[in-house]
Design a protein around this ligand. Sequence first.
Ligand SMILES: [Zn+2]
Length: 231
Amino acid sequence: MLELRGSVGKDGLNASDDVRVVQTLLVQIGLRPGLVNGTCGTVTIAAIQKFQGVFSTVPDGRIDPGGRTWKKLLESAAPAAGDPLSGWAGDCSQWTQQKKLRSLEPVFRAKIEQVILTLKNRKLQPSIVFGWRSVETQRKLFSEKKTTVLFSFHNAQFRDGTPNALAADIIDRRWAWTEAAHVNGFWNALGAAGKEQGLVWGGDWKAFPDIAHLQGRPNRALAKVRIESGL
Ligand SMILES: [Zn+2]
């Protein structure tokens, strides 16, 4: 369960983790709080006010822990009861495409959605294999020598364990990792579409190329993301 430790918004305490949670929820309900970066500026405050305007005549631009706006925000962003999206346990490679998208950090997700659209427009059939995955899954892949790292951008999450992944592995559902994917130019198209969105493509890595992999930050940011994830 998400909780705020302090107030967010106009004249709020605006602790970075709290602001990030609010920004993520605002994105989830379709508002535009600006970059999801933990900094509460005028754009984030305006988005809070816009949201409050739906149910309040005095939108003060501030969210207090346990207060009315916070409760409304959680209600609005929560998946419907019984929706499998509400659980993040289980085999994440078997989740629906929609759920894999939901496991991505919101700004990264918007970029991946754009990549998928670009590829579909080129008559390709992109499919996400992994969005977020747990650290336990990462360890298993590591022991099977399917990854070279014990913590990756796929493992990025909020401190409460909610997925907030900064990497996605995308294949063409017809070809997966077979030679046909190369022959038909899928990997090059994926890399180009990703870089168009400012993403890092694993196909550019000389030592250990990872052609299906797109990530939202450069490798040097991994340690910082790990700390932010509380892992
Ligand atoms: Zn990957």
